[in-house]
Design a protein around this ligand. Structure first.
Ligand SMILES: Cc1cc2nc3c(=O)[nH]c(=O)nc-3n(C[C@H](O)[C@H](O)[C@H](O)COP(=O)(O)O)c2cc1C
Length: 219
């Protein structure tokens, strides 16, 4: 596929993801966005000025203002799609080879075990090409006080030397918790900015925060 064709395809995917998000309105349970990385070549996630937007998010049961509900778009994903729109580039979704359970209670235990074992869950490819990356906007939920182990896998696998990382996260009540300190440990040669925590239940209305995060990436 020619580069221009790929780029047009990437934009089409983006547009599809945006329109689906827009259709969702403010409801947390919404239609599924296009699984972006299956359609976009890895290098096309990085803009001409070296910005990569990457996020991890889990769809399925989660706490909402209406109790436990099935979220078809995860909270972090919702914010990532808003940032993607502001930056006018697609968002790379970090995904594990072994999918996580939709069941909230089970997920709590699975994540606890992974953290206790300092696991590095295997990731789906293709991973983004980091060579042209100068700035990475990185989104994730807080799981048991830090980012999910899959995000550790991602940073270690793609590498993060000599780049600037702009973290953002969604959470139940913990704020950034240990996550930014942990990113600094995994990426000692990166400039890691302070994180932006967003309460998961407010993800659907986090347009101002998304704008501020996008501005950090492209002032
Ligand atoms: C396994 C698991 C562990 C969690 N641990 C925390 C936590 O330690 N602190 C917190 O504030 N929220 C915690 N939460 C809540 C999530 O951070 C929050 O719901 C987040 O918005 C989920 O984002 P996602 O939909 O993008 O996956 C946890 C959720 C799960 C599923």
């Amino acid at each position: 596929m020619k580069a221009t064709t790929k780029y047009t395809f990437a934009l089409a995917c983006c547009a599809a993801a945006f329109s689906l998000t827009a259709c969702a309105g403010d409801k947390q349970a919404a239609s599924k966005p296009a699984p972006a990385q299956q359609a976009v070549a890895p290098t096309n996630y990085v803009s001409g000025d070296g910005v990569l937007l990457a996020y991890f998010s889990r769809r399925g049961e989660n706490h909402t203002d209406q109790g436990i509900q099935v979220l078809e778009v995860g909270n972090t994903e919702r914010v990532a799609l808003k940032i993607s729109e502001k930056l006018n580039q697609p968002a790379y979704r970090i995904q594990t080879v072994k999918p996580y359970t939709d069941n909230f209670k089970e997920m709590i235990e699975v994540a606890k075990k992974e953290q206790a074992e300092n696991a590095r869950p295997e990731l789906q490819g293709p991973l983004p090409d980091m060579k042209p990356v100068k700035t990475m906007v990185l989104g994730y939920p807080i799981w048991h006080g830090t980012m999910p182990m899959a995000v550790f896998s991602f940073l270690e696998k793609v590498g993060c030397d000599n780049i600037t990382i702009i973290p953002f996260n969604t959470h139940g009540s913990s704020g950034v918790a240990r996550s930014v300190d942990d990113i600094r440990k995994v990426c000692p040669k990166a400039v890691v900015m302070d994180g932006t925590p967003i309460k998961g239940t407010l993800a659907a209305t986090a347009d101002k925060e998304a704008g501020e995060i996008a501005k950090k990436a492209r002032p």
